[in-house]
Unconditional design. Structure first.
Ligand code: GMT
Length: 377
């Protein structure tokens, strides 16, 4: 076995798939004996209790009166350099290009070339931000100066190459779930809080941003509920939530929809559902579809971005073109009204989550990349 590494991890610590993956990866690497230093603006929300081999370094922003905008990016770069020197870090693994890859590049200039930088692209850092001409060049700088770049789907690799004209290699590192946490939970009692025994449960989990097309979620649900009595559970919060509430009221569905707000224990919540709805406009991967899959819940979604790499159409879910809510509803009904078909999909979900997107496989891939950039055979 290779020597344990000292790794600095930077991510957005609040709710969001990139922060979840970064935190879970840090926890798994620490379990394997590596020393993990989170360098973030606040404690990553999934970090929870004390963990052996995990340390947390908070980035404090200087609010000196001449600053109209406190320079968070410079404070982060300085903190990365400080922690790298003090703790003798082997590498910085940053999640999300903006500003983390650029800050890591600055930190490396200060700490020295022996400090390696691995950048993981998660999606909107490329699909949305790289389209902004004012940010394009600086994102490219961060990516080109990383010792390794990884992305969470083939589609995101393709889009990164196209939008930023990146020729350098990009490693594919799919998102993962910890199989000790994500498995079908026994939630029969909890389910009764939301739905009668004869009703089906459809669920959507997101940050309710326009790219999630949450209006389509309500549309699909209305079409399903017209044929099979169902409940819709909406988990998360975000800018489109008020619009959705208005739509739900206008459609006379308010007594069929539950708003659960932000929830930490996704495995427990998702186990209540029969189907996950993910009709996004853009989705580099779709971590919630994987979390659902690992709990035996098939996804009805769109063919956006990396979703087809995760959900196999006709086996572990059904995918339609973006906005085709008629077909999505028809597919949902097909699954909900055929017990044998549903059982087959459920089995396929469990198998695929455990064998393709399992924590052991993906953590080992990241370790391989770390040793490669450090020149440790
Ligand atoms: O979905 C979001 O808007 C949040 C965003 C994030 O930065 O956490 O999610 C992105 O990264 C996740 C983890 O890799 C992916 O599962 C999501 O698909 C991706 N979101 C988009 O591409 C819109």
């Amino acid at each position: 076995m290779n020597r344990p590494l000292k790794i600095g991890i930077t991510c957005y610590p609040s709710l969001g798939g990139s922060g979840v993956i970064a935190t879970e990866l840090g926890k798994l690497l620490a379990e394997k004996g590596h020393e993990i230093h989170f360098i973030t603006q606040s404690m990553p929300f999934r970090l929870g209790k004390f963990h052996r081999n995990i340390y947390y370094h908070e980035v404090e922003v200087s609010d000196y009166y001449v600053f109209r905008y406190p320079p968070y990016d410079l404070s982060l770069a300085s903190k990365m350099n400080q922690v790298a020197r003090l703790q003798n870090l082997d590498l910085l693994h940053v999640h999300y290009a903006v500003p983390h890859a650029i800050c890591a590049y600055l930190a490396k200039q200060m700490a020295g070339d022996q400090l390696k930088v691995v950048t993981t692209l998660h999606g909107t850092d490329i699909t949305v931000l790289a389209q902004d001409q004012t940010l394009k060049d600086i994102i490219r700088l961060g990516i080109r100066n990383s010792d390794a770049v990884t992305a969470v789907s083939r589609d995101l690799i393709r889009e990164t190459r196209e939008l930023l004209d990146i020729q350098e290699p990009i490693d594919l590192t799919y998102n993962f779930v910890d199989k000790r946490v994500y498995y079908p939970r026994n939630v029969a009692d909890l389910r009764l809080d939301y739905a009668d025994p004869h009703e089906k449960v459809l669920m959507h989990i997101s940050n309710f941003r326009p790219v999630k097309r949450t209006s389509d979620v309500v549309d699909i649900f209305a079409k399903v509920n017209a044929k099979v009595p169902s409940k819709l559970l909406l988990v998360g919060e975000g800018p489109d939530l008020p619009k959705i509430q208005t739509q739900i009221n206008a459609m006379g569905l308010s007594n069929r929809v539950h708003f659960l707000g932000k929830q930490d224990d996704v495995a427990q919540v998702v186990s209540v559902a029969d189907l996950m709805l993910l009709p996004s406009e853009k989705e580099s991967f779709g971590l919630v579809a994987l979390e659902a899959m690992a709990c035996g819940v098939p996804t009805i979604g769109s063919v956006a971005g990396g979703i087809p790499e995760l959900v196999e159409h006709g086996t572990s879910g059904y995918l339609s073109t973006i906005g085709n809510t008629d077909e999505m509803a028809a597919n949902a009904l097909k699954l909900l009204t055929d017990e044998k078909l549903y059982a087959d999909f459920r089995e396929a979900c469990l198998h695929r989550a455990r064998h393709v997107f399992c924590n052991d496989i993906i953590t080992a891939q990241y370790e391989e990349i770390y040793y490669r950039v450090l020149g440790i055979p």
